[in-house]
Write a protein that binds this ligand. Structure first.
Ligand SMILES: [Zn+2]
Length: 467
């Protein structure tokens, strides 16, 4: 049903077909040329990256090949912190026209700098992502990523303008106003975090604006969702709730922002990495050795064409796998899988390593459970217990096909899910099924899925948990 919204004349087109469908040999020649220039740029600028290259015996980019990349030094978030705010610039400070960043862990901000050229590159990368989702000149794009230091809002905004689309800068929050804008403007593309897509979907359902019986019917064809990891199960839920094709977009401010990689409408099974500008590798998170295609590991990017703050082999901490091969959309760019977790948000529960995404997959595989959930780490009794708090679906948001069959009791649901989690993860997880709208929703930015409960005298982090 979804695919029918594009007939053959209006199939999504590429924004930069020469680059996005470049033959492999031509692409590696371009990457080699750009890598050599990057090394010379870093050496000339001095600073931490130049020092590391010198330590590795690299005095010039001239003779380097792509195979040499694996032997070059890496960078990570600590380098940005240590050189905060402008210590890693390779251009004079006066050439910086914008900064973006993230609040980061422990309150330490990460700040990145952009020249005019960097902003132009970023706009093109986001225009590629929007075009891959089916947008073109005149397409109305409802952009509910937060505007500000966070790269989501302004990145997509600039990309939409670059594409010639019509952008609605809704930003995050004020959901009632967003519902009104969507009803009035009937946008074809929705851009926001996947958790906010769910919040919006629920609000649209409450307003009677989704589903076949809604007064205006659905207007969305595709959504471009990113800035937090989400699973295939979450994708299915969002598609059902909003009646669109849910596509993943990936990026991080250190590399440029959203638009480093994105899914195409045609295949929607992995994100094409814009590897003519961002060389991608997957490394073993502990040893730093390069891993073969298909093996999940730490995504590592080399920015080939950035001016203000280029990074060599930046280790992102995000876990994903790469896949080469052809795609029905015609792009030749390598694909990365969805991000399955962060190197550092792996939970260790009673000696078992578990990523929140693995738990999500089991929870959302159950149609009677709503897509918002929270994982509470219960540390009250000196131990470490995991409670998965999930909501039962409401009739309104359950769509036509879900839930189906007899209404099941909450105890019955808990028991079933606890059993499945034990089978799948080898881990005992307590499951608490709570009424709809109990789990805290996100209005802006990213959902907080993992909560800690440390003090037995304090209220539970999610209302309704037994004390
Ligand atoms: Zn594709």
């Amino acid at each position: 049903m979804l695919a029918m919204r594009f007939d053959n004349d209006s199939l999504p087109v590429m924004f930069e077909p020469d680059a996005e469908a470049m033959p492999a040999e031509q692409l590696s020649a371009l990457q080699t040329r750009r890598l050599r220039a990057l090394i010379d740029q870093l050496l000339a600028a001095g600073g931490v990256q130049a020092d590391r290259l010198a330590d590795a015996g690299v005095t010039s980019g001239a003779e380097l090949s792509l195979d040499d990349l694996a032997g070059l030094p890496t960078t990570d978030k600590r380098d940005l912190w240590d050189n905060y705010p402008f210590g890693m610039l390779t251009v004079p400070r006066e050439r910086v026209v914008a900064v973006h960043g993230s609040s980061g862990t422990g309150g330490r901000p990460t700040l990145v700098a952009y020249t005019k050229g960097d902003l132009a590159l970023w706009s093109r990368m986001c225009a590629r992502a929007l075009a891959a989702a089916g947008a073109g000149p005149g397409t109305i794009i409802h952009n509910a990523y937060g505007y500000g230091l966070f790269t989501g809002g302004l990145g997509i905004h600039q990309g939409a303008i670059e594409l010639g689309a019509t952008v609605v800068p809704a930003s995050g929050g004020m959901t009632a106003r967003q519902v009104r804008l969507i009803a009035d403007l009937r946008p074809q593309i929705l851009t926001c975090t996947p958790s906010y897509a769910i919040r919006l979907g629920e609000a649209l359902a409450e307003a009677g604006l989704t589903g076949e019986n809604g007064p205006s019917g659905p207007s969305f064809t595709a959504g471009v969702f990113g800035a937090e990891p989400w699973t295939q199960e979450m994708r299915a839920r969002i598609e059902e709730l909003l009646g669109l094709r849910a596509l993943d977009i990936y990026g991080l401010s250190e590399v440029i922002g959203p638009g480093v990689a994105s899914e195409c409408f045609v295949a929607a099974d992995g994100l094409h990495v814009n590897e003519d500008h961002f060389l991608v590798e997957v490394l073993d998170p502990s040893t730093g050795q390069r891993l073969p295609d298909g093996t999940p590991g730490e995504l590592t990017f080399t920015t080939l064409t950035k001016e203000a703050m280029p990074l060599l082999r930046y280790r992102t901490g995000d876990i994903a796998a790469l896949r080469t091969g052809s795609c029905p959309c015609g792009r030749t760019l390598v694909k990365m899988s969805k991000v399955t977790g962060r190197k550092d948000d792996m939970l260790v529960i009673r000696g078992v390593n578990v990523y929140p995404s693995e738990i999500e997959r089991v929870l959302l595989g159950e149609p009677a459970i709503a897509p918002d959930y929270a994982l509470v780490i219960d540390e009250r009794n000196g131990g470490l217990d995991l409670i998965a708090v999930c909501e039962r679906v409401t009739e309104r948001t359950s769509g036509s096909s879900s839930a189906g069959g007899a209404i099941r009791s909450e105890d019955d649901l808990s028991e079933t899910l606890e059993h499945r989690l034990r089978e799948t993860l080898g881990l005992r997880v307590e499951v608490a099924v709570v009424p709809p709208s109990t789990v805290p929703r996100t209005e802006v930015g990213k959902a907080v899925r993992v909560l800690r409960w440390t003090d037995s005298h304090s209220d539970p982090p999610v209302p309704g948990l037994p004390a």
